[in-house]
Design a protein around this ligand. Structure first.
Ligand code: CMP
Length: 649
């Protein structure tokens, strides 16, 4: 079996596990193709209707690559829609992969700068723009980031000319663009507890803002306001992602920045490290190793032999970790998992075996996406020997764990949790399981969910009907996870950390107020739907019987306005207009995007963004359907986890 190779091209992170075909396999599969065209019909790319399978096959095994075939190949998002429809079981996706690899990275080719030049503000030239971009720390080296990459970046971004006092970024809104300051001065500030503006820093030419929102998808951490007239380059997240893929030095720059910033601020906040000098904190931060874990990935398994990593101190930077021990069954594999603790960002543990200091193994599993910093034992020892008070705290905590473990047999966690647990009445087993399901099912990771009070619901389906009337298709199912008398409807929860947002065409985006929605760049490839862990995104075909509208945009708006006549007052979504088809990453090569035909579309709840109310809630005759912020309604993930943990003791 051939080993998976790293993919030397871009935009296919969601298919990073693919094993490319060998040359012989490519030839064999092309020979097998019977030219039935089903793959092209299944392909969601609008351009696929203009590509003949014979031309594509020829391009795959020769140097005869017609321009439209080359463009189609670049646009291919590797969604895999072409695979299950093939009657001879060809791997059309892998054939595309091989052609993509041969054609190379599109950013190495020339870029048409005519649009950029046409809209250049007075006094600005292309060389001036490039030289200002070179002042940015991650673009300084032209060997690592050639001019051509910067031109691609420019051609897919927006130049913003700002007057003094313009707000570039508003704290606590969502946004994933980042901004390179080309001219002028900006003030970053944050709101104090009494609503007063607390200045953070003044930034100018050669600096950037918005990288935190871009990297984390979380709310903006500060307000950024122009102090003078200013010029910035607004770059969509997808374009930065592409730059990070073609220029690994840029990726390293941002990763380092992100990791170092978060580890220093987390270490500083940890009680354990109080009193450690800034210099030593930065030294420690420079020594850590960062590890990422996906949902359900195991950090340590209790059956494994001790590994060196277990000796490290692990600090959770983002996410939640479940700590469990298998109770012994009579046969191997029969033991029951006993959850003994949950750890969250800012917390630390000493490793799989040493977690309790009792030498017994535990299994630690990521509940959601987890970012971990590992501090090696020898580096930790330096700090412990230099700061006796840190050593004392560390020993005290270990001791506390031991005492608690003895007292509670299986309980591991901060002491106040244990105490809180003792005063709490045991809840019904069913309710506990429900709460656990809320956490496991990711409901509490959402920012807004639709819930139905089952005591009031008369099962009339009016909520679903109203959704369909307004949006053409219902984007929700009132049935869902049930906890007590509450049913959590199956509809997008607008997660805090939405994994669906990884779209190379910017077909899915988030409004500053948090609603995740489908943009007009969507082609319905289904990658977001596949990534959604909760099955809350569906794909529909637009090829159904409709009389052919004259343009893609008309089809799009017609689809979304089926309910028109009954529903009024939809505002235009601000971001929906931002990218013209077919997405921000397509080189500006003069193609007439509107002439292309959209075949499919993703649909999902966007909380009726742009309307003054939510159709489902409005339509409920008994007031059973309502929207809640799960963190407040059910308690935050942390609270729930703590509650269920302590109740199970
Ligand atoms: N302490 C700080 N120093 C410099 N810049 C900051 C600081 N805090 C926030 N910012 C910037 O302000 C931006 C607000 O939006 P983001 O959180 O996306 O990214 C943030 C940073 O670019």
């Amino acid at each position: 079996m051939q080993k998976p190779t790293a993919l030397p091209m871009i935009g296919v992170q969601h298919r990073s596990h693919l094993t490319p075909l060998t040359e012989n396999e490519v030839r064999f599969e092309i020979d097998m193709c019977i030219g039935c065209d089903r793959c092209m019909r299944a392909c969601p790319l609008p351009l696929s209707s203009q590509v003949n399978i014979a031309d594509l096959n020829l391009a795959t095994i020769s140097d005869e690559v017609a321009p439209h075939v080359a463009r189609f190949t670049q646009e291919c998002v590797m969604c895999g829609s072409c695979v299950p429809v093939c009657p001879v079981n060809n791997h059309r996706d892998l054939l595309m992969l091989s052609l993509k690899q041969r054609l190379g990275i599109s950013w190495d080719r020339n870029v048409d700068m005519s649009l950029v030049l046409e809209y250049l503000p007075q006094g600005w030239t292309l060389p001036l723009l490039l030289s200002r971009l070179r002042e940015q720390p991650m673009f300084g080296d032209s060997q690592l980031v050639p001019d051509n990459y910067l031109k691609h970046l420019l051609s897919s971004s927006k130049l913003l000319s700002l007057v003094p006092d313009s707000i570039l970024i508003q704290e606590r809104t969502y946004g994933r663009e980042m901004y390179f300051i080309l001219d002028g001065r900006f003030m970053t500030s944050t709101l104090g507890p009494l609503g007063q503006e607390l200045p953070i820093a003044v930034l100018g030419r050669g600096e950037f803002v918005g990288e935190r929102g871009m990297l984390t998808g979380q709310q903006r951490t500060a307000t950024v306001k122009a102090q003078t007239t200013a010029m910035v380059l607004e770059v969509p997240e997808q374009v930065i992602q592409r730059m990070m893929e073609v220029a690994p030095s840029v990726r390293h720059y941002f990763e380092n920045l992100h990791n170092t910033r978060s580890i220093v601020s987390i270490l500083k906040r940890m009680a354990l490290f109080q009193g450690v000098a800034d210099q030593d904190m930065h030294w420690l931060a420079s020594k850590v190793r960062f590890r990422n874990y996906e949902r359900d990935e195991v950090l340590f398994a209790d059956r494994e032999e001790a590994q060196p990593a277990r000796e490290a101190l692990h600090v959770i930077l983002d996410g939640f970790v479940k700590v469990a021990r298998m109770s012994s069954g009579s046969h191997p594999g029969q033991g029951k998992e006993r959850i003994i603790a949950y750890r969250q960002n800012g917390d630390y543990f000493a490793g799989g075996l040493d977690m309790l200091g009792d030498g017994k193994a535990v299994t630690a599993t990521a509940i959601n996406r987890v970012r971990l910093a590992e501090i090696r034992r020898e580096d930790m020892l330096v700090i412990l020997s230099r700061y006796p008070e840190v050593n004392q705290r560390f020993m005290h905590r270990l001791q506390e764990y031991r005492v608690m473990a003895d007292a509670a047999q299986t309980f591991i966690g901060p002491r106040d949790l244990l105490l809180r647990g003792q005063t709490q009445a045991l809840a019904e087993a069913e309710a506990r399981a429900g709460l656990r399901a809320l956490v496991g099912g990711g409901v509490v990771e959402g920012t807004e969910v639709l819930v139905i009070d089952l005591d009031k619901c008369v099962h009339c389906d009016k909520c679903e009907e109203a959704c369909e009337r307004r949006h053409g298709h219902s984007r929700m199912n009132r049935r869902g996870m049930v906890v007590g008398n509450i049913s959590v409807a199956t509809a997008c929860r607008h997660c805090q950390d939405p994994v669906c947002l990884l779209c190379s065409r910017a077909g899915i985006a988030r409004l500053p107020s948090g609603e995740v929605y489908i943009t007009e760049s969507c082609i319905g490839c289904g990658i977001c739907a596949e990534r959604c862990p909760y099955d809350n995104i569906s794909i529909i075909s637009l090829n159904e019987q409709e009389a052919a509208p004259s343009s893609t945009w008309e089809r799009f708006t017609r689809f979304f306005s089926k309910g028109v006549g009954r529903e009024y007052g939809k505002r235009q979504l601000p971001m929906a207009q931002q990218f013209a088809m077919p997405g921000p990453l397509t080189p500006a090569d003069g193609s007439d995007a509107i002439a292309e035909v959209r075949k499919k579309l993703a649909i999902k709840c966007d909380l009726c963004a742009g309307y003054s109310n939510q159709a489902c809630v409005q339509a409920c005759p008994t007031g059973a359907a309502f929207r809640v912020q799960p963190g407040q309604f059910f308690g935050s993930t942390e609270d729930i986890l703590n509650l269920t943990t302590s109740q199970e003791r």
